[in-house]
Design a protein around this ligand. Structure first.
Ligand code: GCU
Length: 406
């Protein structure tokens, strides 16, 4: 298998060859032999070993408003108490469930960057209590409302541009979200001893310690645990979505937890969908030095070996097979190497073919604004790193295809 970087052609590790050298020829062999092998490999070399669901975890519904957003939705807020106590680590989960649905609603679950209260000006959303980054000139959000790294009333709705809540609800989807810092600290210098990490100190003593990306993916699975208990949600139709670093987490959540029926990894770039083997865009050294808390310590052995890795991210996409997955890119998002995100989707296609699905239906990069939709889907739009209405429109159309009989 070959991927080109202008002049250099690199050989990609083949997802369909077992470590013994034996070829995977059937979907059953994939599911029973290769998939477990790859899950183990990625946990040990990159994302870290995730702990099981905590035995004492409990959910508390702390808010329910059936007439939210002018009657369009039911807003629920649920706190996950990971060790069963309010003193332990906890995450506020915000749900909007469309009221027009007759039965349980399909849902889109995704973590947010700056707090649940930023996704919509709805005054009923609980303000995040966790740390909020500050700083000027953030292109996605005005953080001048943040005081001493805490959210204030003025922060409501400040990131609504990236979350078209009404559009999602009108399309018939529940939206479920939680704040990244309510799960694990993403501050520079994070010691992996706060948030959910404080419950699992022994895991941090290992080379395959679970970092922040791993913790976010794990928390998405805990949110799924809650959704399985909520009758308003169709548990068989839950999509996981994420942008950028949260898109890296969404991809791994979808790969490692088959309860997610559909996966959307938006501009996830390095350590997300893009292939390291091309040697283009953000590399492993940058990931491991600028964000040392994101991946397992074991991943650092691959710094400067991007093009020689014994695995690559097309295999993570393959782990989702045969469930539908959408990889979204933006033309000017150079660090994420859009062509590398695309090449990864192409290289995952043989796994999807084992399941007699089409995978990604094309093998050359589509023109801008042309969403190619197969069991693996892809688009590249003009502009930079961001989440736009165009992106959401494609993702809703994709979900419609897979979640609704036509
Ligand atoms: C940085 C990082 C990327 C990441 C992005 C984000 O740019 O280098 O890997 O995707 O932050 O999460 O916004």
């Amino acid at each position: 298998m070959v991927c080109t970087t202008g002049s250099v052609a690199q050989t990609l590790p083949n997802p369909l060859v077992l470590t013994t050298g034996k070829r995977v020829q059937t979907a059953r062999q994939w599911t029973e032999e290769r998939r477990p092998e790859l899950l183990k490999l990625f946990a040990s070399e990159m994302y870290g070993q995730a702990p099981p669901r905590p035995e004492r975890m409990r959910f508390a519904v702390v808010d329910e408003d059936r007439q939210a957003l002018g009657g369009l939705a039911t807003r629920k807020q649920v706190v996950i108490y990971y060790d069963g106590t309010p003193q332990g680590p906890k995450t506020d989960v915000l749900l909007y469930i469309p009221n027009q649905m007759k039965g349980p609603a399909p849902a889109i679950v995704g973590l947010n960057f700056w707090g649940n209260h930023t996704i919509h000006p709805d005054p009923g959303i609980r303000l995040a209590k966790s740390f909020v980054e500050s700083g000027k000139n953030n292109p996605y959000i005005d953080l001048s409302c943040v005081q001493h790294n805490r959210a204030t009333e003025a922060c409501r709705g400040t990131n609504a541009r990236q979350w078209p809540v009404e559009k999602i609800l009108k399309a018939g989807y529940a939206l479920v979200t939680a704040y990244r810092e309510d799960v694990a600290s993403d501050e520079a210098g994070s010691t992996l001893t706060t948030g959910v990490h404080q419950l699992f100190p022994a895991y941090q003593q290992r080379p395959d310690n679970f970092g922040t990306i791993g913790a976010w993916a794990w928390a998405l699975s805990r949110i799924m645990d809650y959704l399985e208990t909520d009758k308003a949600i169709d548990r068989k139709q839950v999509a996981v979505f994420g942008w950028s670093r949260l898109g890296k987490a969404a991809l791994w959540a979808g790969a490692s937890d088959p309860r997610f029926a559909l996966v959307i990894s938006h501009e996830s770039g390095a350590g997300g969908a893009k292939l390291f083997h091309r040697g283009v865009g953000e590399n492993i050294r940058r990931l491991c030095t600028v964000f040392p808390h994101w991946y397992a310590k074991s991943f650092r052995q691959y710094m400067d070996k991007d093009t020689l890795l014994p695995f690559d991210q097309h295999m993570v996409i393959g782990l989702i097979a045969p469930r539908p997955v959408y990889i979204g890119s933006a033309q000017d998002d150079k660090g994420a190497d859009p062509a590398g995100e695309f090449a990864s989707a192409v290289a995952a296609t043989p796994v999807y073919r084992l399941f007699k699905t089409n995978g990604l239906p094309v093998s050359t990069l589509p023109p801008l604004n042309q969403s190619v939709q197969g069991q693996i889907s892809y688009h590249i739009r003009p502009g930079g790193h961001d989440v736009t209405d165009y992106d959401w429109e494609q993702y809703l159309r994709f979900a419609d295809k897979h979640f609704r009989p036509r």
